[in-house]
Design a protein around this ligand. Structure first.
Ligand SMILES: Cc1cc2nc3c(=O)[nH]c(=O)nc-3n(C[C@H](O)[C@H](O)[C@H](O)COP(=O)(O)O)c2cc1C
Length: 353
């Protein structure tokens, strides 16, 4: 699996990516997923609006300290020149791959014709791609793009756009198998992804509703994609990557993590998380990760409510240790829990720059 000069690790002839999720896939979470089997991680979306580049939020999103390469930064915006400038700015700060967001359905983005709304304006979409490629190519930085299948069921133009984007120099395409109109509802479809894969030479990444090793195998077989991207199913279960990798290469299932391992993985993640956000903001933003980790587990709901009252790192860590140790009295391995995909559609602000 090759993106320009970068070779990505493969398992059983495919690559596993963690999806960019604003407010979720910060550096600590990306590193966690990569430790547990994801071969590649795109950072959260960074706005092309210059006036926001110095904000705390954007500078945290541009923090790649200690991250294994290639460093991929996703940019979002509506103006070709501003997008080109944003690409150059991020390359100067360490980005080795620039990813253009044409997949986000959030209103705040769509009202300004960014994200998946760009798919409806093919001329502007192509202008943006050409402007970003023009600034990245001389710096030997490949440009990739993530999009949906189209605007709506009647306007499914991913195939046409894929051909145009490939001709304009895009090095890899990720397709989320939903239209913009669907948001995160309904089911992802894989026909459009398969059609795009058959029509272009550049690598194609299949995304949408992959939440188990079997689903990963089926989507791969159906689409013939070069890589799979997993988003919501990794929330609270970052070990899904090694489970999928193991299944694709052996056909067998890895046992679920032990309760003690889940506790240790989450504890390490929280330490990294506090390191990036500090105590006040870190304790609050860690709640969602803890909530995902205990979701569906016996006593998980009550624990989540209790944990939401804690304001200090040490209290949060201790509560977590105690809770998992209690769970470990009954279970050696984590009991099975339902998949996350139906519940966790992002609120608009999560996807906004
Ligand atoms: C909380 C959240 C935030 C997201 N933010 C972004 C984003 O910043 N950029 C992007 O291209 N897609 C974003 N997405 C979409 C995901 O990358 C992915 O395409 C989508 O969740 C479908 O994959 P899944 O079914 O594996 O979750 C976001 C999704 C979620 C749930």
């Amino acid at each position: 699996m090759q993106i320009g000069p970068h070779t990505l690790p493969e398992v059983a002839g495919t690559a596993l990516f963690v999806a960019p999720m604003a407010g979720v896939t910060d550096r600590p979470f990306r590193q966690l997923c990569r430790r547990l089997g994801a071969g590649y991680a795109v950072s959260e979306m960074v706005t092309s609006r210059k006036e926001l580049w110095n904000s705390l939020k954007t500078s945290r999103r541009a923090d790649h300290a200690g991250e294994p390469g290639p460093i991929a930064v996703q940019i979002a915006g509506t103006d070709a020149a501003m997008m080109a400038e944003a690409a150059a700015y991020n390359i100067d700060r360490g980005a080795q791959i620039i990813d253009i967001n044409m997949g986000c359905p959030a209103k705040k983005v769509c009202n300004k014709w960014a994200g998946s709304a760009l798919m409806r304006n093919e001329v502007l979409a192509l202008d943006i791609v050409e402007a970003v490629v023009a600034v990245c190519a001389p710096r030997c930085v490949p440009v990739t793009l993530k999009m949906r299948t189209g605007w709506s069921a009647d306007e499914r133009n991913a195939l046409r756009l894929a051909r145009l984007f490939e001709a304009a120099g895009i090095a890899m395409l990720t397709i989320h198998g939903r239209t913009r109109e669907q948001g995160y509802t309904g089911l992802a479809e894989y026909d459009t992804i398969a059609a795009v894969k058959a029509a272009v030479v550049i690598p194609v990444v299949a995304n949408g509703d992959i939440d188990s090793p079997e689903k990963a195998r089926d989507v791969l077989a159906y689409t013939q994609a070069d890589a799979l991207m997993i988003g919501r199913a990794a929330q609270g279960r970052p070990w899904i990557f090694r489970e999928v990798a193991h299944f694709l290469s052996t056909g067998g299932h890895l046992p679920a993590p032990t309760v003690a391992e889940a506790r240790d993985v989450l504890t390490e993640h929280l330490h990294d998380h506090y390191g990036l956000y500090g105590e006040l903001s870190g304790v609050r933003s860690a709640r969602k990760h803890i909530g995902w980790a205990v979701r569906g587990l016996p006593g998980g709901d009550a624990f989540r409510r209790h944990m939401n009252t804690l304001e200090r790192c040490e209290e949060q860590l201790q509560a977590l240790r105690d809770w998992f140790d209690d769970l470990g009295q009954t279970y050696h391995r984590l009991p099975a829990t339902p998949a996350a995909n139906d519940e966790d559609a992002p609120a608009d602000p999560a996807c906004a720059a």
